[in-house]
Design a binder for this molecule. Structure first.
Ligand SMILES: [Zn+2]
Length: 205
């Protein structure tokens, strides 16, 4: 699964790439949706993806993996697990929670990462704002951010955007998106998917 295309095919095979008419978190419309929840119910699939992600950072020096709740916790666990095996040492896994719009490290995790080298992980990057909050939280507890890793980067997010020494993603992909007023799918009266994306919260549309 070293090539972008291999990862894309793997995600399609496990129903994580869905085609239709969707409303994204940004409010824009588009034809493709990444259904990460279809992956999280399959531990063997997640493990396989996280092994590939772990290989990307195999030669980076780090002690701890940190991710945001909720899905990121699963990634953080599996990446720390595989990295421990690959590097033949103990890599820890922690997560950051959201409090008043900010990411914080609770449960004593702030002490765990003090002066430790950290890889920050997230599942799907669109603007990068979520992973950036985790990076800020790690630094505010004196953790040393070595780099960042995501499953999918679908928004051309760069390391500079999130203030990370590097950003690597298993899959880099771009989906066309449209303002609702000019959406060709709306023009063609293609029904909005109500099960996935923001469409499910907009039942009155
Ligand atoms: Zn539309």
């Amino acid at each position: 699964m070293s090539e972008n295309n291999d990862v894309l095919e793997f995600l399609k095979k496990h129903n994580a790439i869905v085609y239709g008419h969707f409303i994204y978190t940004s409010g824009k419309h588009g034809k493709v949706y990444i259904n990460k929840d279809a992956l999280y119910i399959k531990p063997k699939v997640i493990s396989e993806l996280c092994l590939e992600m772990s290989k990307i950072v195999q030669n980076i020096n780090f002690d701890v993996v940190c991710a945001p709740t909720i899905g990121g916790v699963i990634l953080s666990q599996w990446i720390a697990y595989h990295s421990s095996n690959l590097k033949n040492c103990e890599i820890l896994s922690i997560f950051s929670e959201e409090v008043d719009g900010k990411r914080v490290l609770k449960r004593g995790y702030d002490k765990v990462i003090e002066n430790k080298k950290v890889i920050v992980v997230d599942d799907v990057l669109t603007t990068g704002s979520s992973i950036k909050k985790v990076i800020d939280a790690v630094r505010s507890c004196n953790g040393i951010v070595q780099g960042s890793l995501s499953l999918v980067n679908r928004g051309n997010v760069t390391a500079d955007d999130i203030g990370s020494p590097f950003l690597k993603s298993l899959l880099n992909i771009n989906f066309e998106s449209f303002e609702p007023e000019v959406c060709p799918l709306c023009k063609n009266n293609i029904p909005i998917n109500r099960d996935l994306g923001k469409g499910k919260k907009m039942q009155n549309l």
